[in-house]
Design a protein around this ligand. Structure first.
Ligand SMILES: CC(C)(COP(=O)(O)OP(=O)(O)OC[C@H]1O[C@@H](n2cnc3c(N)ncnc32)[C@H](O)[C@@H]1OP(=O)(O)O)[C@@H](O)C(=O)NCCC(=O)NCCS
Length: 155
C-alpha cells in the first residue's frame, strides 16, 4: 500500500535509510532534509513523496519531483526500502507510482543518479530491470574511483 508522507514517519524513515547501508551519514542527513521540507512546506511543489507500507509497517519511500527549469523532466531523488522488505516488490511498486505520476503530468522522462561502486550493483540491476538506461557517467564524481551514473527512462 502506498500513501502520503506523515510527520510521524520521519523517525522510521531515518532508521530505514541508515539500515540500507547504502548511504553515508551525510547522505542520510540530506535525505532527511528533503523529507522535512515536504512535511513543513505543504505548498511546495518541488518534491513529492510516496510511503510504502507492508503488513501495517513503513517499508520504504520514494522522493521525486519536476527538475526546475526543464519541460517534462522529473528526477527520482531518493528511494529506499527497509532491508527486511527488500526483494518483495516494494521498490518496484514505488517506481511504478513515480512513473504513473510523471505520465499523468505529461512528463517526458525520469532521471536518477547512482554510484558505480560495487555495493550498488543490485541497485543498478533494479533500475535496468525497470527499463532505465544508463545515459551518462562522470568519472570520479563522488570520490576517486566512484563515478556518477545517470539512468533515464523516457515516455
Ligand atoms: C534498490 C531498492 C530500492 C530496490 O527495492 P526492492 O524492494 O528491494 O526491489 P524489488 O523487490 O521491487 O525488486 C525489483 C527488482 O529488483 C531486483 N532485485 C531485487 N532484489 C534483488 C537481489 N537480491 N539481487 C539482485 N537483484 C534484485 C530484481 O531485478 C527485482 O526483480 P524480480 O522481482 O524480477 O527479481 C532497495 O534494494 C534499496 O533500498 N536499496 C538500498 C538503497 C538504494 O540503493 N537506493 C538507491 C540509491 S541510488
Amino acid at each position: 500500500m502506498l500513501r502520503e508522507l506523515r510527520a510521524d514517519d520521519l523517525v522510521e524513515l531515518k532508521r530505514i535509510l541508515a539500515a540500507t547501508e547504502a548511504f553515508t551519514p551525510a547522505e542520510v542527513d540530506v535525505a532527511m532534509e528533503l523529507l522535512e521540507i515536504v512535511i513543513k512546506e505543504p505548498a511546495q511543489r518541488d518534491y513529492e513523496v510516496a510511503v510504502a507500507e507492508a503488513l501495517g509497517k513503513v517499508a520504504g519511500y520514494v522522493l521525486f519531483g519536476p527538475v526546475p527549469a526543464t519541460v517534462g523532466n522529473f528526477d527520482l531523488y531518493w528511494i529506499a526500502v527497509d532491508p527486511a522488505a527488500q526483494g518483495t516488490g516494494v521498490g518496484q511498486r514505488l517506481l511504478e507510482h513515480v512513473e504513473a505520476e510523471v505520465r499523468k503530468r505529461s512528463g517526458r522522462m525520469v532521471c536518477l543518479e547512482t554510484s558505480s561502486q560495487g555495493g550498488y550493483s543490485r541497485t543498478r540491476s533494479f533500475y535496468e530491470k525497470a527499463g532505465y538506461l544508463l545515459e551518462s557517467s562522470i568519472r570520479d564524481f563522488y570520490k576517486p574511483g566512484d563515478d556518477r551514473l545517470t539512468y533515464v527512462k523516457r515516455f
